[in-house]
Write a protein that binds this ligand. Structure first.
Ligand code: ACO
Length: 345
């Protein structure tokens, strides 16, 4: 008998516990406003604000690397938890803008942190990177409940913006988030941590070419060649919009149903911060009141894999997440990939 067909065996497997704590973040100091954008491309503040809700984004300085942001976020996480560096067994970085095709950004980040020996690799699920990474951490913790995983998200999208493509270049920003994933709660006095209650990831690979970040090996180059448009972020914005709304609504309902939860059980919804109109459309289709939908896209633009970690950190600062709350997070990105998780604080 096909072992995969025996779903009774599969459903009998225990669901591994994952606790998330630390929640460090870092964005570059350099703030780029919509008015600054007017000098970089043919656009205006009114268009960007009304179409996207974005007012500011942070861009890496010329001498700053994405891994520098990641290290600052990770150091904050270690300080928040009091966990010593030596205790980290894995460094997993979710990014679609790695510093190199190889080595992984995880290896660069671990080295800069002073962490010489650990499992280190990247995950590329684009804007869904954080949710996919949670799923991967869950599998590692199942295999090794003693593992202490440094889960980092980092993007340097400003390094791949085409200033001649005005409908795309105004949307993105840079930033990093970090947390620790463990099989047991860390119980840090005065510090919130979350238990992963439910998670669901998916993709539709037919649409892989609707959002791309270039610079990979699909194009042959010889030394001295100039790059073409495909080196940068390219996106079919209208198509992406429609797919994103549909997928975010359906995955949110799926992840709740999986645990017998309903939309009424959600205390706060933190969707991927790509575009205010997508966020509002998803919130209203789910029947969530506006005060249960967290929005901070105006301050950062779309930071891809880092958008949910940055939003969670702002929600803490604003007192929007309190102990006992159930937080639904959902994301959608290039691939297309999408995923959602329920976090019990
Ligand atoms: N400034 C001024 N005018 C602009 C700009 C700009 N930055 N960009 C486009 N326009 C103009 C266009 O040239 C066009 O003018 P025309 O009618 O004279 O030809 C007009 O505005 C409308 O252009 P559209 O591209 O059709 O604009 P649309 O209303 O679709 O909005 C947008 C574009 C904001 C990109 C929208 O499609 C969108 O939000 N898509 C979702 C993209 C997204 O958020 N993706 C991220 C999710 S997945 C991930 O995170 C990777």
């Amino acid at each position: 008998m096909d072992a995969l067909a025996d779903s009774s065996t599969l459903s009998a497997l225990p669901s591994p516990s994952l606790y998330l704590s630390g929640f460090g973040t870092c964005v570059p100091e350099k703030v780029v406003t919509n008015f600054d954008m007017e000098r970089l491309t043919d656009t205006n503040d009114e268009w960007i604000t009304t179409r996207t809700g974005i007012r500011n984004r942070h861009f890496l300085a010329a001498d700053e690397q994405p891994s520098d942001l990641a290290v600052r976020a990770a150091q904050q996480t270690l300080a928040n938890t009091g966990v010593p560096l030596e205790r980290i067994t894995h460094t997993i970085v979710a990014t679609c803008t790695p510093e190199y095709l190889s080595p992984s950004t995880a290896c660069v980040v671990a080295q800069k942190l002073g962490l010489r020996h650990c499992v280190a690799f990247d995950i590329n699920a684009a804007c869904t990177g954080f949710v996919y990474a949670l799923n991967v951490c869950q599998a590692f913790l199942c295999a090794d409940p003693q593992a202490c995983i440094l889960l980092v998200t980092v993007e340097g999208l400003s390094r791949r913006l085409n200033w001649k493509d005005r409908s795309t270049c105004v949307l993105f920003g840079d930033g990093a988030g970090a947390s620790l994933a463990t099989a047991q709660p860390l119980n840090i006095p005065g510090h919130l941590s979350a238990k992963l209650q439910s998670i669901q990831c998916s993709s539709d690979t037919e649409c892989w070419d609707l959002i791309c970040v270039g610079g990979g090996t699909h194009e042959a180059h010889v030394l001295g060649d100039s790059v073409s448009e495909t080196f940068f972020v390219t996106m079919q914005g209208r198509e992406v919009f429609k797919h994103a709304v549909r997928a975010l609504v359906s995955i949110s309902l799926e992840v709740l149903n999986k645990e017998g939860l309903s939309v009424e059980d959600v205390d706060l919804f933190i969707p991927h911060q790509a575009n205010l109109r997508i966020i509002e459309a998803v919130g209203s289709r789910l029947g969530l009141p506006a005060d249960k939908v967290f929005v901070n896209v105006g301050n950062y633009g779309n930071t891809s894999a880092s958008s949910i970690p940055l939003a969670m950190a702002d929600a803490f600062k604003q007192g929007r997440i309190k102990p006992g709350m159930k937080v639904l997070v959902a994301s959608f990105g290039s691939g297309f990939t999408w995923g959602a998780a329920v976090l019990q604080f």
